[in-house]
Design a binder for this molecule. Structure first.
Ligand code: SAH
Ligand code: SF4
Ligand code: F3S
Length: 440
């Protein structure tokens, strides 16, 4: 038997790309590949890319340039580009970087083995189709290897919302939900292999409506079914759209034992004028009342969000509305971005605002968000939380895990194993994590 070939995958972008990279590694495993942590000894390098902002996309070309000497040294090395840049700029990548052998869009990963064989035979392989068939049903099965305590599981892909700034509907295609029974069997398989926490993924995960027993299942119904799996201790989901936050899902946050008290619910802006121009189809007030209802169901829930500043036409007054909304919500965590013009999206056609103004607003917003994150973290001091331990820390005998609220927690706990869940009393809040001690 010949020695296995080595595959180096580098992942950019969202958690769905992380999940896809795992599945691509497994699929190529069937073609004789094992993964490696460095490009230096790889037989194939695969970049799983993100197109969401210009910087993310441009980075790929410089990253590819860095592999040039490797490729010169090792002519058999195959270089591939997957993910959303591949989908959006496939032909251009092939043109700009002739050393790229393979370009595969997110909907075609099940075709990777055939594409790899084609590339090995010295031909260029490019596939940015939107195939009829569901890639997840055709990807090779996971090998029965032991896993860490947490895993992602994509349940829904694509987006029909067409926010005016966003490339996702173009790179990932229309919204598709996977059948419930497939998700449940994949979840059971993950749990058998050591997983204790599953994060359900989708670009609009709460719009999930997969075929299940008795008709279409909602995300809440799926969560309740997952709640029944012995050995699975925690369920999370991301990313949600405010307009798909249904009553059963809100109720589940109050009633479902394994569903964690953390919700990532992006609003993007606090100005109704900008929300309208963004095609978000909800108002700031609507969002605030929704948060109220969610907090009524689960008072301690940690709310997280995403914001874009400097969207075309954003005035000082619009930005002030965003700051006011953030003040009112009190986020435990939030991500904010300067608007990035994406080719092919409606907002790209609009007059763009001054870059310095946008940068200034971003700084202000980020300062407010950091303040809120710190406040929420500090409110944890003195409380006892349950920590799912994921790995060893930097100090001797230290373990690191996550609380229910997704805060990283450092604990001196030499006898605790990966995958254990223990009560921990929080003693200190640090810039990006908490410290605590085991409750005995
Ligand atoms: N499906 C998710 C978000 C996917 S993209 C949702 O609807 O919430 C993740 C985040 O990137 C978005 O929430 C948005 O804040 C940001 N983003 C998307 N397009 C962007 C652009 N053109 N410029 C800047 N930020 C953008
Ligand atoms: Fe993009 Fe909007 Fe769809 Fe989210 S809901 S993926 S921001 S188009
Ligand atoms: Fe990026 Fe594509 Fe995810 S553009 S954020 S990798 S869906």
């Amino acid at each position: 038997m010949s020695a296995p070939k080595k595959l180096y995958i580098k992942t950019y972008g969202c958690q769905m790309n992380v999940y896809d990279s795992e599945r691509m590694a497994e699929t190529l495993g069937a073609s004789g590949y094992v993964t490696t942590d460095t490009p230096d000894d790889a037989d194939m390098i695969l970049l799983n890319t993100c197109h969401i902002r210009e910087k993310a996309a441009e980075k790929i070309y410089s990253e590819l340039g860095r592999f040039k000497p490797l490729k010169a040294e090792k002519p058999d090395l195959k270089i591939g580009v997957a993910g959303c840049v591949a989908q959006a700029e496939g032909e251009e990548i092939m043109r700009r970087q002739p050393m790229v052998d393979l370009v595969v869009g997110p909907q075609s990963y099940h075709r990777l083995p055939a594409m790899e064989a084609k590339a090995r035979a010295g031909e260029k392989a490019l596939d940015t189709d939107f195939p009829e068939e569901d890639k997840f049903e055709h990807l090779k099965a996971r090998p029965k290897a032991q896993r860490g305590p947490t895993a992602f599981l994509t349940v829904q892909e694509g987006c029909d919302k067409f926010c005016a700034f966003c490339v996702v509907p173009y790179t990932r295609g229309a919204e598709v939900s996977r059948p419930a029974d497939r998700i449940l069997s994949e979840a059971r398989d993950l749990v058998e292999r050591g997983v204790r926490e599953i994060t359900l993924l989708g670009q609009n995960v709460n719009a999930y409506h997969g075929a299940g027993e008795g008709g279409d299942w909602s995300l809440a119904r799926l969560i309740w079914a997952l709640n029944e799996i012995d050995g699975l201790e925690r369920i999370r989901f991301t990313t949600s759209h405010p307009n798909d936050m249904s009553d059963d899902l809100i109720a589940a946050h109050g009633e479902c034992e394994k569903l964690m008290p953390y919700l990532h619910l992006p609003v993007q802006s606090g100005s109704d004028r900008i929300l309208k121009a963004m095609n978000r189809k909800h108002t700031a007030e609507g969002y605030l009342r929704l948060i109220e209802r969610i907090r009524a169901a689960r008072p301690d829930i940690l709310i997280s969000g995403d914001f874009i500043v400097g969207f075309p036409g954003e005035t000082d007054a619009d930005f002030a509305d965003t700051m006011a909304l953030v003040e009112e919500v009190r986020y435990g965590q939030a991500f904010s971005f300067k608007y990035s013009t994406r080719p092919g999206t409606p907002a790209a056609e609009k007059p763009q605002i001054d870059d310095d103004v946008a940068s200034f607003r971003l700084q202000e917003l980020q300062a407010l968000i950091v303040r809120q994150q710190r406040e929420v973290q500090e409110s944890m001091v003195g409380r006892t939380v349950n920590v799912l331990f994921e790995k060893t820390g930097r100090l001797d005998g230290q373990m690191v895990g996550k609380s229910e609220y997704l805060h990283a927690v450092h604990v001196q706990a030499p006898d605790v194993a990966r995958g254990d869940i223990r009560p921990v009393r929080i003693t200190r809040s640090e810039p990006n994590s908490l410290a605590g001690e085991l409750v005995t």
